[in-house]
Write a protein that binds this ligand. Structure first.
Ligand code: IMP
Length: 422
């Protein structure tokens, strides 16, 4: 399989969890490289549903090594909750999971500030997951963050946390909020730090050794291309590099060790949170929500839905270097008579065949659509490319050609068996 980077080609929630799980079969190591517990990867194995927020989805396949890399921001209390939940479900974690000592720590003041800043923004809010992700990456960039290596050294941690709590309490009070108790935060985090210690490693050297023995590494992306801090619809983005480059900086595995980029995209488009979504459409949203689909796995929020946006996915191919595509949720379109695909944008007199950098222009873009016939046949039980309706194959060919990469996986349902290798 070689070293493969998996990215979301849209606004997150592309169904990456399932594709990661499928690709993990051929991987030795699975690495998470950015984001925090704002992510939610859902994997179904038989009747059991697993929702993973920080632990790489590879943990669900015995014998695989999973790494939480330096680029991730970790709420250790939440991570320990997730680990204990997995252990209860019979998943083996010991010796399988390693956590980077240089990953940054998310604290309760990050969560509080996330919420307070959103409130203050009012109608201009980002619609964050309120997990403290932005403020934690803010501290990292401002060089005021604490890292996992600090968390597992009690004295160092106590001294640094004291200063951070004092500073942040001043900020919280300026917002009109209550300050946090140093002792409460300290005790909860130290307990989590002790529990986490056996998993903590220098993951850069661990991964370097793995590349030297030619292990196959899968870099699992969280969120999606248009939530990238540099390449997304800023400021309506998350605070990390969700695009392929983030896999290198977030793991310490050099770019010239990467072999392939797989982009995951839904057969339509969804987004949670605020910000532009040119192909947003109420009818398709009602249809999908009516089917019980498209509710966020982290916050439970109903996702905004729209037609497939090929301008966006083509842009994603450009910034990620996508070689292969996995298209998910094809069955979500099974009942439609006609399906629209956005092939360009119009903004006043201007025509765009790429995503404009100016958020104002992007917000005012009107999609130009091509219409394709729907297949109006259930696809959920289909297990081979040849057995897919001809109209489904034609639709997939059009969206992958427009995106500019090769279709290799078509997914017609959440289960492992509902995966068609093309
Ligand atoms: P934050 O990452 O919580 O700061 O949220 C910033 C934006 O990214 C918001 O619009 C969120 O809804 C979105 N977001 C963050 N994580 C995910 C995810 O895993 N899936 C989809 N959207 C996400």
């Amino acid at each position: 399989m070689a070293n493969t980077i998996l990215v979301g080609a849209q606004w997150g929630d592309e169904g990456k969890g399932k594709i990661i799980d499928v690709l993990t079969e051929r991987a030795d190591i699975v690495v998470r490289t950015q984001g925090g517990n704002n992510a939610g990867h859902t994997v179904y194995i038989g009747p059991q549903k697993y929702v993973l927020h920080l632990v790489p989805s590879g943990i669900l396949r015995p014998g695989k090594t999973c790494v939480i890399g330096n680029g991730v921001v970790i709420d250790p209390v939440s991570l320990m909750g997730e680990i204990n939940g997995l252990i209860k479900l019979g998943v083996n974690i010991n010796g399988s999971l390693f956590v980077s000592e240089t990953a940054h720590v998310v604290f309760p003041y990050h969560r509080e500030l996330d919420e307070l800043r959103e409130l203050r923004k009012g109608k201009n809010k980002i619609g964050t997951t309120k997990r403290g992700i932005g403020p934690a990456y803010g501290d990292k960039a401002a060089r005021t963050g604490l890292r996992i290596i600090d968390l597992i050294h009690p004295e160092r941690f106590a001294a640094k946390l004291k200063v951070r709590i004092k500073d942040n309490n001043e900020v919280l009070r300026a917002f009109g909020a209550k300050g946090l108790s140093y002792k409460k935060v300290h005790d909860a985090y130290r307990a989590a730090g002790d529990a986490l210690k056996p998993y903590v490693r220098n993951t850069v050297t661990l991964l370097h050794e793995a590349t030297q023995r030619k292990a196959n590494i899968l870099f699992e992306g969280a969120q999606g291309t248009f939530l990238d801090i540099d390449h997304g619809t800023y400021p309506f983005v998350t605070s990390s590099n969700t695009t392929a480059g983030g896999a290198s900086t977030g793991s310490g595995v050099a770019p010239n060790r990467m072999d392939k980029v797989v982009g995951v995209m839904k057969a339509y488009t969804t987004r949670v949170g605020e910000g532009p979504l040119p192909t947003e459409n109420e009818e398709i949203a009602d249809m999908l929500h009516g089917m019980g689909r498209e509710f966020g796995s982290t916050t439970g929020r109903a996702r905004r839905c729209g037609w497939f946006d090929a301008v966006a996915t083509r842009h994603a191919t450009m910034v990620n270097g996508i070689d292969e595509l996995a298209v998910t949720n094809i069955d979500g379109l099974d009942s439609l008579e006609t399906i629209k695909v956005c092939t360009g944008y119009r903004c006043g007199d201007l025509k765009y065949d790429h995503v404009p950098n100016d958020i104002e222009s992007f917000s005012n873009c009107v999609p130009v659509y091509e219409e394709l016939p729907g297949w109006q046949t259930p696809t959920t039980g289909i297990t081979s490319w040849k057995k897919l309706p001809q109209k489904t194959r034609a639709y997939l060919k059009v969206i992958c050609d427009l995106t500019g990469a090769k279709l290799t996986i078509a997914s017609v349902g959440p289960a492992r068996e509902q995966t068609i290798f093309v």
